[in-house]
Design a protein around this ligand. Structure first.
Ligand code: FMN
Ligand code: SF4
Length: 426
């Protein structure tokens, strides 16, 4: 990778300190933005084709343009909940290159007319929040946050808020509820946060990685960003690789890098030289793929075409000794545990699926269980307040579609077809 957009700690390990960040062009994007009309900043982000890195790939500039132009108080919220299984990328931006996130927050606030920002950080990331707070304090001291930023007349205050470790608080309306001090139960949309968000005011929620792309887009221009990655999928992506690989970790690469290159060149290939059996390409909610997909480009459009999704770009690799039933029993239990219980199909359906899959794994499966699982999936999908129910279905239905034979073997033989099975989640 010749140019790091986000992982500047790989250029200068001390970039977390303000002086070092400034030496690498830090806060130049903000200075430039403050000379522009706010609407021109939004247009530049639109032109860059930046798409949300939090899961859905929604165009960021377009989302920013939904914010009303009236005089109401507005909020810009950074989603740093990072709760999707397999996902561990945002924490590195916050702890290693925090000023880039802060700069992106101020630019976004200016562009959308928001004078207050929140970074909603999952509770377990106390150590990350401490690092980020240090950088926030430095930014206040240097006049990049607070009143009349760099003499522009624009005010922006930034607050960090620790969650309490619930996956559902990563869903943007659950996050807003939690930020307001309520239980993190998602709200129905519409109204969308741009109309009714934090404390009933217009709000935009973006992922950490999305926001951290913005300073360089403004500093170097949208045309520069368009030179990285495939059309409509521009920029770099932080891919997090875990599971049965020799060198698990996070890698910033151009969007559209193939799964094969990420797994074999960057993540060191498969443990013990084994064969790939299954790959979850974008966090647990992305339908599982097989070895025939190794040449798929890891971008929003290519993965959609392959029947899955880029999601958070978290790649979970399982080799030939993995029991798929066991692996997905664990994930089904995760969704059941994290359901907020607000709507019946998700509250009842997710534990029911988990119980059936665990029974199959334990050798207590019955004829008809697979059909029953499909039936439960069909009763959840599209019938819930938030997408957690759909996410559970994508995960479980994906495994049933691709590995039905393994589920059937377990039911018929009351045991696993894999001889020396190994754990995937430790
Ligand atoms: C159950 C659930 C959990 C989510 N968790 C996260 C998360 O941890 N971080 C995140 O950025 N987005 C998460 N999202 C997506 C957010 O709702 C929202 O779409 C995202 O923060 C928007 O940012 P973006 O436009 O920059 O992608 C989650 C969605 C769902 C349904
Ligand atoms: S889908 Fe599940 S998590 Fe989402 S609101 Fe309904 S019960 Fe809660």
């Amino acid at each position: 990778m010749s140019e790091y957009v986000l992982f500047k700690q790989l250029i200068d390990p001390d970039v977390c300190e303000l002086g070092h960040y400034i030496k690498l062009g830090g806060y130049e994007g903000l200075k430039k933005a403050l000379q522009m009309e706010p609407v021109a900043v939004v247009e530049e982000v639109k032109k860059s084709n930046l798409r949300g890195r939090g899961g859905a790939g929604f165009p960021t500039g377009l989302k920013w343009s939904f914010m009303p132009k009236d005089d109401r108080q507005k909020y810009f919220v950074c989603n740093a909940d990072e709760g999707e299984p397999g996902t561990f990328k945002d924490r590195y931006i916050m702890s290693e290159n925090p000023h880039q996130l802060i700069e992106g927050m101020v630019i976004g606030g200016f562009a959308m007319g928001a004078t207050v920002g929140y970074v909603y950080i999952r509770g377990e990331f106390k150590f990350v929040a401490d690092e980020l707070q240090k950088a926030v304090d430095e930014a206040y001291e240097a006049g990049f946050l607070g009143k009349d930023i760099l003499g522009s007349g624009f005010d922006f205050d930034l607050y960090l808020h620790l969650g309490a470790g619930a996956y559902i608080c990563g869903e943007e309306t659950g996050l807003i509820q939690s930020l307001e001090g309520h239980t993190g139960k998602p709200r129905l949309k519409p109204p969308f946060p741009a109309q009714v968000g934090v404390f009933g005011k217009p709000t935009t929620v973006n992922n950490v990685e999305t926001i951290a792309c913005v300073p360089d887009i403004i500093r170097k221009g949208a045309n520069w960003f368009l030179t990285i990655g495939p059309e409509r999928n521009n920029g770099t992506k932080i891919y997090g690789v875990s599971g049965h690989v020799n060198n698990p970790g996070v890698f910033e690469l151009p969007m559209g890098t193939s799964l094969r290159e990420i797994i074999f060149e960057h993540a060191g290939g498969i443990l013990d030289g084994k064969k790939v059996k299954a790959i979850i390409p974008g966090g647990s909610s992305a339908p599982v793929l097989g070895p025939e997909h190794l040449d798929v480009a890891m971008d929003f459009d290519s993965l959609k075409e392959a029947g899955s999704m880029l999601g958070s770009g978290a790649i979970i690799v399982m080799h030939e000794d993995t029991c798929i039933v066991e692996a997905f029993a664990r994930l089904a239990e995760f969704y059941a545990h994290e359901s907020c219980g607000q709507c019946t199909p998700c509250r009842e359906g997710t534990p029911w699926m988990a119980k059936i899959i665990r029974n199959i794994e334990d050798g207590k499966g019955q004829e008809g269980d697979i059909e029953l699982l499909y039936d439960i999936c069909s009763k959840i999908i599209g019938r819930t307040v938030c997408p957690l129910g759909d996410a559970a279905v994508f995960c479980i239905k994906g495994a049933l579609d691709r590995f039905r034979d393994e589920f059937e073997y377990h039911i018929q033989h009351k045991k696993c077809m894999v001889e020396n099975k190994v754990a995937i989640y430790g």
